[in-house]
Ligand binder design. Structure first.
Ligand SMILES: Nc1ncnc2c1ncn2[C@@H]1O[C@H](COP(=O)(O)OP(=O)(O)O)[C@@H](O)[C@H]1O
Ligand SMILES: [Mg+2]
Length: 249
């Protein structure tokens, strides 16, 4: 079964259509990247899959179930989103304990204290962080909390929108390692948006290159690593990425 299946997906904001005819299958357990210049529609696709972009046509299926335009709690539990800015996505006046307990409370799940402790451990945070507030944590620690929060309902799919690009370079590697380990341990499927092609090489199996709301090319990470992307635009993107400049020359 595909974790995510998009068929001829168009997405608009008001009168302006920003995603055009996107068709894409992502297998269960796969880690898939969307790359492309700013404004190419990557985040918009994640939002539509998460049910946060109301104005779309075409088909979106999650784990074999077609999404409708209504609110679907069952689909929502299976697919969780992690955003770029962990400070913006955590309520400043709620403790970490409250942030992690909330999805459980909303869904009527008990044993909350124990589940919060287990999840803190899973994302590599000491229990002493449990009753702290977001501003008492570093950026990397906050992103660990945001990832923990996304995992509280045991989803199958994580939608990751530039999850490390707001972090210091030294912290990025820690979070990437964490994401790699969590995917392995929990059998997760990732759909990851990033500007950073080394991140794609580290964490993903395949990628789609996007431009102006369309998919230019779908490729394996092996092709990315060997600098053998098919489309001229993809090669331009590769050449523009620091450390890969030589590959396209
Ligand atoms: N809330 C919004 N209202 C109107 N236009 C938007 C909104 N969010 C994004 N856009 C536009 O949609 C296009 C795609 O944006 P986005 O999906 O955020 O791109 P990316 O994530 O690839 O940088 C851009 O032209 C952007 O300006
Ligand atoms: Mg974006």
């Amino acid at each position: 079964m595909n974790a995510i299946s998009l068929n001829n997906l168009d997405i608009s904001y008001g009168d302006s259509k920003v995603v055009h005819g996107v068709t894409l299958d992502i297998a269960e357990g796969e880690s898939f990247a969307l790359v492309g210049e700013s404004g190419s529609g990557k985040s918009t696709i994640l939002r539509a899959i998460a049910g946060l972009a109301p104005d779309w046509t075409g088909e979106i299926s999650v784990l074999g179930k077609a999404r409708t335009h209504g609110i679907e709690r069952a689909v929502a539990r299976q697919v969780q989103m992690v955003f770029q800015d962990p400070y913006g996505s955590l309520h400043p006046r709620k403790t970490i304990d409250a942030a992690l307990s909330e999805p459980l409370a909303i869904n009527g799940i008990g044993n909350r204290g124990e589940r919060v402790e287990t999840m803190l451990k899973a994302v590599g945070l000491d229990q002493r962080f449990r009753f702290r507030f977001p501003h008492q944590l570093s950026g990397g620690q906050r992103q660990r909390v945001a990832i923990a929060r996304a995992l509280m309902l045991e989803p199958k799919v994580l939608l990751l929108d530039e999850p490390t690009s707001a972090l210091d370079v030294s912290v990025q590697a820690e979070i990437l390692n964490l994401l790699k380990r969590l995917r392995r341990e929990q059998g997760l499927t990732y759909l990851l948006v990033t500007h950073n092609l080394p991140v794609v090489s580290f964490l993903c199996d395949r990628l789609a290159v996007m431009r102006h709301g369309r998919i230019v090319e779908v490729a394996d990470v092996a092709q990315l690593k060997s600098g053998q992307l098919a489309e001229a635009y993809s090669m331009e993107l590769l050449a523009a990425t620091e450390g890969h400049a030589g590959a396209a020359a």
